[in-house]
Design a protein. Structure first.
Length: 444
């Protein structure tokens, strides 16, 4: 078990540049794998104005946790599960007060001890170890490891974090990596949920790159990596260089397909609470199934009790459609679609067969969402059509069913590191020296 704890130390240290300590109370590992809570605090204490500007972390800190991840390493050391806990999750603090608030507020109320106790209370899991990091520690660790790979399939820019990337894979330094994992104001995945997915991707890609470049291939390589980390990372008392070396070589054998990433399943994305603001409510059944799987040291992938239950790739409220049959128009409007009733202009003789959805190139997601509400409907691409879909109802009147969209699908459903990571990372690195010096940094 000591070897497993050491392994998790390396895993989380490589990913976050964090400092490891026993969870408050000095708990030992549980025997069904090891759970480590990782937090990144939103603190500007000790940073000069110049440092704040350089790191793009201006403004006032909230004295709260800005990032929260629970990492589970299986008892056999062959699987790692990383779950992001949204900072705006609405929970009851585990201090006996009965007060509820955002989970990141536990830090301000009671520091690390209350943060750990609150996470244990809401997950039902025992936290074996606790890690904390800040802006500068993260930056130094990434620089020490030779930078990080980040990717995007479209241009992204966030003035708040300073992120400015063109499409593709980029090799960034610690400052660039910090901007990537902190960005919240970019499309299409804006806000904390999209940011947490990028944080997960950064963790997965950094581990994959270090493995591919041989940084964890053998004891000598792992020792060099560990010595680099020790220049900017303080390990827990009793965690030695030899421990880090042993664990580093073990991580070098961990395939990306053996790592799992997810965000806590959510039921409500904008739960307003007077005096607290906009919060997030967990999906009780699916979140419960997630924590149960981890408690039992099982994979979360493939467990249908955890997976989002959705049949539509977009929200019906984002789909505008013209419908040429009055009852169908009424039913689709009730189902949440933005409907224009054009039945007054419909042909007197309807075409034989089921309804047909006509849409412009690029509107495939909207068409698929409408099709989810109309079983058996046909689809036809119409070049030159505007952004509104057209539904032509035939002789067979459709039965409208509910089109269920679940934001969890895009922003937090369980996924392996192999699927989550940047495609082509292995070939993007220019040989074994690519990790030594960042070649691309975000502009600004």
């Amino acid at each position: 078990m000591r070897r497993l704890v050491t392994a998790l130390t390396v895993l989380t240290t490589l990913a976050t540049g964090a400092v490891l300590a026993d969870a408050p109370g000095g708990r030992a590992a549980t025997g069904r794998g090891t759970n480590v809570l990782i937090v990144g605090t939103d603190s500007r204490a000790g940073l000069s104005k110049a440092e704040k500007n350089r790191l793009h972390v201006g403004g006032e800190g909230c004295n709260c946790t800005d990032v929260m991840m629970l990492v589970h390493l299986s008892a056999n050391g062959r699987r790692a599960t990383v779950v992001s806990l949204p900072r705006d999750s609405y929970v009851e603090y585990a201090d006996g007060s009965g007060v509820r608030g955002k989970i990141n507020g536990a830090w301000k109320r009671g520091g690390a001890a209350l943060t750990v106790k609150t996470v244990e209370a809401v997950t039902g899991l025992r936290v074996d170890h606790f890690l904390e990091t800040g802006f500068q520690g993260f930056e130094k660790a990434v620089n020490g490891l030779g930078g990080a790979m980040v990717c995007t399939d479209r241009a992204v820019k966030d003035e708040n974090s300073g992120l400015d990337l063109t499409p593709g894979i980029h090799h960034v330094d610690g400052n660039g990596a910090l901007r990537y994992v902190r960005a919240r104001h970019i499309q299409p995945r804006s806000g904390d949920l999209g940011r947490m997915r990028r944080q997960q991707r950064a963790v997965s890609d950094l581990l994959t790159r270090l493995t591919l470049e041989g940084a964890l291939a053998d004891p000598a390589a792992a020792a060099a990596t560990a010595r680099t980390l020790l220049k900017s990372v303080r390990p827990a008392e009793g965690t030695t260089l030899s421990d880090l070396v042993r664990l580093g070589t073990a991580l070098g054998r961990l395939d990306p397909g053996q790592t799992e990433f997810a965000t806590v399943p959510l039921r409500e994305f904008d739960h307003r609470v007077p005096g607290v603001g906009s919060t997030l409510l967990w999906h009780e059944e699916r979140a419960g199934a997630l924590w149960k799987a981890i408690a039992e040291d099982r994979r979360i992938l493939g467990d249908r009790r955890i997976q989002p239950a959705a049949n539509a790739p977009a929200s019906p409220s984002s789909v505008r459609v013209r419908v040429d049959e009055a009852e169908t128009a009424k039913a689709l409007k009730a189902a949440g679609f933005v409907v224009t009733d054009t039945s007054a202009k419909a042909p007197k003789t309807r075409p034989d067969g089921p309804p047909v959805i006509r849409y412009a190139p690029g509107a495939e997601l909207q068409a698929a969402t409408l099709a989810a509400a109309l079983p058996g409907a046909g689809r036809q691409v119409v070049p030159g059509q505007d952004t509104t879909l057209d539904l032509s109802v035939g002789t067979r009147l459709p039965r409208v069913q509910r089109a269920v969209w679940d934001r969890n699908v895009a922003d937090g459903a369980p996924i392996t590191g192999a699927r989550l990571g940047c495609a082509g990372t292995a070939t993007a690195a220019a040989g074994p020296t690519a990790a030594k010096k960042p070649t691309t940094t975000p502009r600004g």
